[in-house]
Design a protein around this ligand. Structure first.
Ligand SMILES: [Zn+2]
Length: 473
């Protein structure tokens, strides 16, 4: 896959000997200097902008929206035809609410019209070709500015600061990186520039997890940055083995998978610190990160233009009401994403956070896009994973679990047990879970030694293979 010659890409692909040698010298420098001037400027901007008044943020959004609409209209056939069809000129945008006059697009639109949506040559050195992950269905492929990583990183670093992370602090990372065993046989790799310790979450055996924990104990005050499923596997190992959670972990950052309440509870109980999560996507239209004072998510108003729409496409503005997350990217100027329906859902809370005072749109209960979202009942309806969060003792002998579904109304509950599970215990698990599902989905139990992971090392709670799913809508 084409990758731009950005500093980050070059560094990531450099032979490990070069990285080690150069890294030991460069590692003496503060990371914010190594990440470059545009990163430093972006970070300063983000730190300031998070405290802007709502009015100030709207002015900024209006200017950015006008810019992206002008670019899309003047440089792409797709948007020119779309806007001409409805008689809308980019200059006619007088306030951000005018955006609702434009049609929405979705994944299918981009798949079908990528060439006509592209605003400039994709052979340029500052353009990347990227793909969204997933366990079923076609991944979405499109072009995007290589500079997106440093822009997004500035937002993330600023957000992580809410739970005590500062750039240069060691980070223990369990997030889909391929890590070969080092000379001591530990699947550990070190980036001295960012001070990241990478461990392989593709190899979460008891022996490896014991080695990871021993290593983390030695790296000093740090944060754990992990897929929720990986942090959860580590927490369950600590419980099963009677190990001590590393006291040096100051907070646990959970990203890139749906975050389930039961996972959060186990992780926080075991590590004794709070978890912190963000919502974002490869399309770079919306970024939401949790508040330091609550579990609600704040939308970053300067990252992209966020809308929450109901089934009829009307804006959701009643607290407690759910809607689909729709975003317009301020970042991608190669393939403009304008009013892009993400297929993700969230509940509207308000336009100001009383806890911290930021005048940001606040949402909660973010539900990731199909098919990881749930099980399909016998009547074709979707059973949300929230209904299957298990807080009682049903899984007292279960290390990890995953649902596999290929027919509506039936699914296999695959479990990795903590120890031996006899016939009686297996029966108890199935009966308890089927009781929760109230006949909508009938579960059978399968004992596994490991669960299915994606190519990126993510471990979805549901592996959905039902053909007639709403994914194709
Ligand atoms: Zn807040």
């Amino acid at each position: 896959m084409k990758k731009a010659l950005s500093k980050k890409n070059l560094w990531d692909n450099a032979p490990s000997l070069i990285r080690t040698t150069l890294g030991s010298v460069l590692g003496m420098m503060p990371p914010k200097w190594l990440l470059g001037r545009s990163f430093r400027e972006q970070t300063r901007f983000v730190e300031r902008a998070q405290w802007w008044s709502a009015e100030h943020a709207r002015e900024h959004q209006l200017a950015k929206l006008r810019e992206i609409l002008k670019l899309a209209y003047e440089s792409t056939q797709f948007y020119r035809e779309m806007l001409d069809r409805i008689g809308f000129r980019p200059g006619a945008l007088e306030c951000v609410d005018d955006m609702c006059r434009l049609p929405t697009i979705d994944k299918a639109t981009v798949v079908k019209h990528l060439a006509e949506m592209t605003a400039r040559s994709v052979d340029a050195r500052d353009v990347d070709y990227v793909s969204t992950g997933g366990t079923s269905g076609e991944p979405l492929r499109f072009y995007i500015n290589a500079s997106r990583s440093s822009v997004e990183y500035a937002y993330l670093i600023t957000s992580w600061g809410r739970v005590g992370y500062t750039l240069g602090m060691p980070m223990a990372v369990l997030r889909g990186r391929i890590v070969q065993p080092n000379r001591q046989g530990v699947r550990h790799d070190y980036d001295p520039l960012l001070r990241h310790h990478y461990y392989s979450n593709f190899h979460m055996t008891d022996d490896n997890m014991q080695q990871y924990l021993r290593h983390i104990h030695r790296i000093g005050p740090c944060v754990l940055h992990a897929y929720p499923s990986s942090a959860h596997a580590l927490a369950k190992y600590i419980l099963a083995a009677g190990e001590l959670a590393p006291q040096c972990i100051q907070s646990v950052i959970l990203e890139s998978e749906n975050v389930h309440a039961d996972q959060v509870q186990t992780i926080e109980d075991v590590f004794g610190v709070r978890t912190f999560s963000s919502y974002g996507h490869t399309e770079k239209c919306v970024l939401a990160t949790q508040c330091e004072h609550s579990r609600d998510y704040h939308i970053w108003p300067t990252y992209g233009f966020f809308e929450l729409l109901d089934e009829d496409g009307a804006p959701v503005d009643t607290p407690g009401q759910e809607g689909e997350i729709v975003g317009t990217s301020f970042i991608n100027t190669v393939v403009p994403f304008i009013r892009y329906r993400t297929g993700d859902y969230a509940t509207y809370v308000g336009d100001r956070c009383e806890a911290c005072g930021r005048e940001h749109t606040v949402i909660r209960h973010i539900k990731g896009r199909w098919p990881q979202g749930g099980l399909i009942a016998i009547d074709g309806s979707l059973v949300s994973m929230t209904a299957l969060n298990v807080h009682d003792d049903t899984f007292r002998c279960v290390r990890e679990y995953q649902f596999h579904q290929s027919v509506p109304g039936r699914a296999a509950l695959c479990i990795v047990p903590s120890g031996a599970v006899d016939e009686h215990e297996q029966q108890r698990i199935v009966v308890n879970m089927n009781k929760r599902l109230q006949g909508q989905v009938e579960l059978s139990l399968e004992i596994r030694s490991e669960l299915v992971k994606t190519a990126q090392g993510k471990q979805p709670r549901v592996i959905q293979k039902c053909i007639s799913s709403p994914a194709e809508r």
